[in-house]
Ligand binder design. Structure first.
Ligand code: S3P
Length: 194
């Protein structure tokens, strides 16, 4: 089980560091399962010298249970309530890159929390469903909501407009490596600076 504290990024001498936008304290990554939120989030955090926090790991640490255990023992509705309280707690940190769970934006309270937390900017990592599904199949992560592929596709279709609407920036990830995505994201963010 991972720690509740955001992960401190250890930088090597060869990595160049870019400054995070001065007016921001939290960068939030959203997108469906397989979008690369955790991989890209860790790289981004290292690049700007911030800490990384994965909402699923934060939730697991707070409940002392794994995501599949939470689904099995309490059902999805209870999982979503726990996810909301974990999100509120995560947004209490500053200078963090926060990777949401794929389903976090489905809840209106969560969207409002993200919108209304000052100095918080959300980025949507976009890719088509087949790409995301294939990526997930290659990962060793237990995801209860992927058990039924047709239902997962419906979830994707329902969530896609929410991801887009809540994000200040959308980055297409299909044809890019995680490092290239981080570079594209930082360039786009620099252009958005007030
Ligand atoms: C979920 C996504 C997962 C995790 C849980 C439910 C979803 O997070 O929160 O299994 O409903 O899309 P990742 O997107 O990090 O895999």
């Amino acid at each position: 089980m991972t720690s509740t504290e955001p992960e401190t990024q250890i930088k090597t001498q060869t990595e160049t560091m870019t400054h995070a936008p001065i007016h921001l304290k939290r960068l939030v990554l959203t997108g469906f399962m397989g979008a690369g939120k955790s991989t890209i989030g860790r790289l981004l955090a290292a690049r700007i010298g911030w800490n990384f926090l994965d909402l699923d790991a934060h939730l697991e640490s707070r409940t002392n249970a794994t995501i599949p255990q939470l689904f099995e023992q309490h059902g999805e509705a209870r999982f979503r309530r726990l996810e909301s309280t974990a999100l509120a707690s995560a947004l209490g940190y500053s200078n963090i890159v926060l990777a949401l769970g794929g389903g976090t934006p489905e809840d209106l309270t969560n969207r409002l929390l993200l919108e209304q937390t000052p100095a918080t900017f959300t980025i949507f990592l976009d890719a088509p469903f087949p790409t995301l599904f294939d990526r997930c199949m290659l990962q060793d992560i237990a995801r209860p909501v992927l058990e039924d592929p047709a239902a997962a596709q419906l979830r994707f279709e329902r969530r896609h407009p929410l991801y887009r609407r809540m994000a200040g920036l959308t980055i297409a990830t299909s044809n890019q490596t995680p490092t290239q995505t981080v570079e594209a994201l930082l360039r786009a963010l620099a252009e958005k600076r007030p």
